[in-house]
Each structure stands twice: as C-alpha cells, then as structure tokens.
Design a protein around this ligand. Structure first.
Ligand SMILES: CC(C)(COP(=O)(O)OP(=O)(O)OC[C@H]1O[C@@H](n2cnc3c(N)ncnc32)[C@H](O)[C@@H]1OP(=O)(O)O)[C@@H](O)C(=O)NCCC(=O)NCCS
Length: 140
C-alpha cells in the first residue's frame, strides 16, 4: 500500500490519490471479469490529473510506456489509483501509476492490481507540444 504519509498534494513528484472509482458490472468482459481496458482508461485519467498540474495546463497522452496487470479487479471493488510525476522533460511528463483495490466485502483490504508508466505531452491551443515552464521539484 502506498504510505499515506508520503502523500503531498502540493508536490506532483510525491504519490497522491488521483482517483477513486467503483468497478461496475458494465465494465466487465464476456467472461464476467473487469475488462483490462477499463482499468487502463482509469489509469490514464489518473495520470493526466497529475500531468496537467505539473505541465500547468492541457496535456495529451503520447505513450503507455508500461502497463502491468498485477492481480484481477472484481465487480464491486473500490479502485484507488495513485500517481506521481517521475520525470519532467522539455514538453513531456512521465507519470508513475499504482492501482489498488478494496474488496466490497472487505473494505479495509488493499490489493495491488496494476502498475503503469504513462507519458503525457503538454500542448498549446493548436495541439502542438509546448515547453513546460512551471517546473516543480524532481523526485528525490
Ligand atoms: C503528442 C503529440 C502532440 C507529440 O507531437 P510530436 O510532434 O510527435 O512531438 P515531439 O516528437 O516533439 O515529442 C514531444 C515530446 O514527447 C516525447 N515523446 C514522443 N513520443 C514518445 C514516446 N513514444 N514515448 C515517450 N515519450 C515520447 C518526446 O520525447 C518529447 O518529449 P520532451 O520534449 O520532453 O523531450 C502528437 O504525437 C499527438 O498529437 N499525438 C496524439 C495524442 C493524442 O491524441 N492522445 C490521445 C489518444 S486517444
């Protein structure tokens, strides 16, 4: 479990709880399991919340560098996705993401369900890359 004491809302290089979302029956595949693409989508959204702050504006996803499904997500799970900035480039922000699930029948449980690494690019109104000027501390 990500140590809540490491959470620091002011510093995007520190882990933060980016989103919490319930896995619903509509998110299942043909076998009745939660669809991997649903979790990827949630991770992309979670990472973007951190990237937008670090880039001080609009970003687009340019690459999913890595995505690892560690254990299954079940219907009814409360999925909590943590994110932190791993690297700030000239126009890009690389974000580290960790997804955890609390089971409906055991809300105090924490199951590591996925790890990801996603790169976002800061873009201007024309959709082209723009330099990131609002730089914040790199991870130590
Ligand atoms: C993102 C986009 C604006 C980048 O345009 P581009 O002309 O390729 O930009 P560049 O080659 O100058 O690269 C911009 C940055 O992205 C990084 N980048 C590009 N491709 C990358 C990849 N595959 N992995 C990691 N970083 C990458 C570059 O290293 C550069 O970072 P830096 O400035 O910090 O050094 C353009 O590719 C685009 O619009 N893609 C579609 C984005 C989108 O719609 N996403 C949602 C999909 S539904």
């Amino acid at each position: 479990m990500t140590d809540p004491h490491l959470l620091d809302e002011a510093d995007p290089s520190k882990w933060r709880l980016a989103i919490r979302v319930l896995a619903m029956p509509a998110d299942t595949n043909a076998a009745g399991d939660i669809f991997g693409g649903w979790l990827m989508s949630q991770a992309d959204i979670a990472g973007a919340t951190v990237a937008v702050q670090a880039a001080a504006g609009r970003v687009v996803t340019v690459a999913v560098n890595e995505f690892r499904f560690v254990s299954p997500v079940a219907v009814g799970d409360l999925v909590e996705i943590y994110a932190r900035v791993q690297r700030l480039g000239t126009t890009s922000v690389r974000v580290e993401i960790a997804a955890w699930a609390r089971r409906e029948m055991d809300p105090d449980s924490h199951h590591h369900v996925a790890s990801a690494n996603i790169t976002y690019v800061a873009v201007g109104a024309d959709g082209r890359p723009r330099p990131i000027t609002a730089r914040r501390p790199e991870p130590s």
